[in-house]
Design a protein around this ligand. Structure first.
Ligand code: CA
Length: 233
């Protein structure tokens, strides 16, 4: 699955090297040279993961990591810190500031990709290719197939991503703005009623398998994926 990764690194050669490797691995890459630029990019599009250099001009990487963790919108975005070799105390401080992992420079592209994969699997399972099954409903990200009630269900691309996100974040209520951030990567330029349109389509797509009631409307709050279907009346 294509994920959007924000690379915050002030050294052009390292930023370029990382970006090229991430693009090559199929990721969409956003680049920033400092914390301020990173914040501007994040306001426009919420990345799926942030690679954050420790030493930056202006606000340090650690300060930015703390800021991201204290903001409701960015709290759940996984952060991998890049630190200089041998700075063991950095690691502790980085993890305390809410980083999910850290990588010591210099690192190989292979290690970088492997670490990103591991963090995404742990923190953002909707971005991995693992098959998910809940009750009768099964979703396979690799083949883009959804089955339910013994039937192959036809699900459009946006509804597929929405369902994938719901199935990896069950029982939690998400507002329309949160779903736009998480599924569309954009809460600024897409209207909230777009979510309602795609929820309707998703329910319709699940109907042949009688699974549409997994998607619950929570009045005044948003939507939730219930793992248990309500008992038929
Ligand atoms: Ca640096």
């Amino acid at each position: 699955m294509s994920t959007t990764i924000l690379v915050v690194e002030d050294e052009p050669a390292i930023q370029e090297l990382i970006s090229v490797n991430l693009s090559f691995a199929g990721h969409k890459v956003l680049r920033a040279f400092d914390a301020e630029q990173a914040q501007t990019l994040i306001r426009a599009e919420l990345p799926d993961l942030i690679l954050l250099d420790w030493m930056l001009p202006g606000a340090s990487g650690i300060t930015l990591a703390r800021t991201l963790r204290s903001d409701e919108r960015t709290r759940h975005v996984p952060v991998i810190m890049l630190t200089a070799k041998g700075a063991e105390h950095d690691k502790v401080e980085g993890l305390e500031a809410g980083a999910d992992d850290y990588i010591t420079k210099p690192f190989s592209p292979k290690e970088l990709i492997a670490r990103i994969k591991a963090v995404l699997r742990r923190r953002a399972p909707q971005l991995t290719d693992d098959v998910i099954q809940i009750g009768d409903l099964k979703l396979d990200p690799a083949t883009h197939r959804v089955t339910g009630g013994g039937l192959a269900l036809t699900v459009g691309p946006t509804e597929f991503r929405l369902l994938h996100f719901f199935m990896t974040h069950t029982e939690r209520v998400f507002s329309r703005a949160q779903l736009l951030d998480q599924v569309w990567g954009d809460h600024v330029f897409v209207e909230e009623r777009t979510v309602d349109v795609h929820i309707r389509r998703l329910r319709k797509a699940l109907e042949p398998g009688k699974l549409e009631n997994h998607i619950e409307t929570v009045r005044g709050a948003g939507y939730r994926f219930a793992t248990q279907l309500p008992n038929p009346a």
